[in-house]
Design a protein around this ligand. Structure first.
Ligand code: NAD
Length: 360
């Protein structure tokens, strides 16, 4: 029997990379019935809603989705649709494997890291109070009363909740992931020396959970600032990183940089029953409709999806086809060429065609 999968094209370059990934996944021979739904800018124009209920219903029904990136305005405007989907469906684990592939230029070789980012709380909870609003002023005076510390009256406030429940859930997920995929070590990354009651709680829980896995998976810990330097200097010392939401987001991009950029960094948002697969990169608006952008990250997100669907052979075949095309370096997009203006670079569609050819 085939699988039913929700497909969300997304904004900007989203439709181009999701179509490329869809064609590659179909070419593996796995039978997938795609259910296309609209979210983001297009849904706003068509239905007056960035995230129509029908999108969440479709994912609930099919249990699995492949999703393109969606725009979030910076500083002002609406909140992230991407974060809203993760929160509404309780996709609490964001998994981002970052691997070196031959043919992708980077400062390092043989990197094989996995970021496991808590996806449901922290400063991404969206609990914010705008500067100057009466409720913000009331909140400031309440906090001052309880903390005995002063806050400038012209402050905006963002709340950072970190719970025992969500910390235990994500750390356990990281250890289970390590066992399942034969990884050797989990590193808990935080800033517990400064934020004792939030990051400190995350670390305390991580240490407790780690004891249950002693002798099977190694455990260590690092402060996020030091970790940023360690990753740049000695990325091979690390294996799986488990982090609260914000640090996970930032270090994902840093690690994408270690393996050659956002064009090759896939991802998955996983809950107990549902999963949504998407690349680490965003909607890269300046490249919209140009058939230029690298589809690899989205195709590799499709590989993760095939593994989740227990289609291991198809997943291996597709990953190997991607590897071959990257290693040859011929039918690849501009960002994978030695020079960005290389006239031999192919478009998004043509790179997907080359990958499909390898599957035949
Ligand atoms: P971005 O990832 O869209 O692009 C930044 C730059 O990275 C691009 O200009 C391009 O040079 C490069 N890049 C990205 N994807 C690439 C690819 N596939 N191939 C080659 N190069 C690639 O980041 P941004 O410009 O900060 O964000 C644009 C929009 O995307 C924003 O609205 C942001 O909120 C949103 N965003 C969405 C998601 C998501 O949907 N999960 C994630 C990140 C950003």
């Amino acid at each position: 029997m085939g699988h039913k999968v929700t497909l969300i094209s997304g904004d900007g370059i989203g439709p181009e990379v999701t179509q490329a990934a869809r064609r590659c996944i179909d070419a593996t021979g796995v039978k997938i019935e795609w259910e296309e739904v609209i979210a983001g800018q297009l849904a706003l124009e068509k239905f007056g809603d960035l995230l129509p209920e029908s999108v969440l219903e479709s994912i609930w029904k099919n249990k699995v989705a492949l999703k393109g990136p969606m725009v979030t305005p910076i500083g002002t405007g609406f909140r992230s649709v991407n974060v809203a989907i993760r929160q509404a469906l309780d996709l609490y684990a964001c998994v981002r494997p970052l691997k070196s592939y031959t043919g992708v230029r980077s400062h390092y070789k043989d990197i094989d890291l996995v970021i496991i980012r808590e996806n449901s709380e922290d400063l991404y909870a969206g609990i914010e109070f705008e500067e100057g609003k009466p409720e913000t002023k009331m909140l400031i005076s309440e906090i001052e009363k309880y903390s005995k510390k002063s806050i400038r009256q012209d402050s905006g406030i963002s709340i950072k909740p970190i719970s025992k429940f969500a910390s235990e859930r994500i750390v356990r997920f990281a250890f289970q992931y390590a066992l399942k995929y034969n990884r050797k070590k989990v590193t808990c990354v935080q800033k517990a020396n400064i934020m004792k009651f939030t990051d400190g709680l995350f670390l305390k829980i991580a240490r407790e959970v780690a004891k249950e896995y002693e002798g099977r998976v190694a455990f260590d810990e690092a402060l996020v600032d030091n970790m940023s330097m360690q990753l740049v200097q000695k990325p091979h010392n690390y294996d799986c990183l488990v982090l609260p939401n914000l640090y996970g987001d930032i270090l994902s991009d840093l690690c994408a940089g270690l393996v050659g950029g956002l064009g090759v960094a896939p991802g998955a948002n996983i809950g107990d029953e549902l999963a949504v697969f998407e690349a680490v990169h965003g909607s890269a608006p300046k490249y919209t409709g140009q058939n230029k952008i690298n589809p690899t990250a989205m195709i590799l997100s499709g590989v993760l999806m095939l593994r989740y669907l227990k289609e291991s052979k198809a997943a291996d075949d597709l990953e190997n086809a991607v590897k071959e095309v990257l290693a040859e370096g011929v039918s690849v997009t501009y960002d994978l060429k030695p020079h960005r203006d290389d006239p031999s670079a192919v478009g998004t569609r043509e790179m997907a065609d080359a990958i499909i050819k390898k599957l035949r």
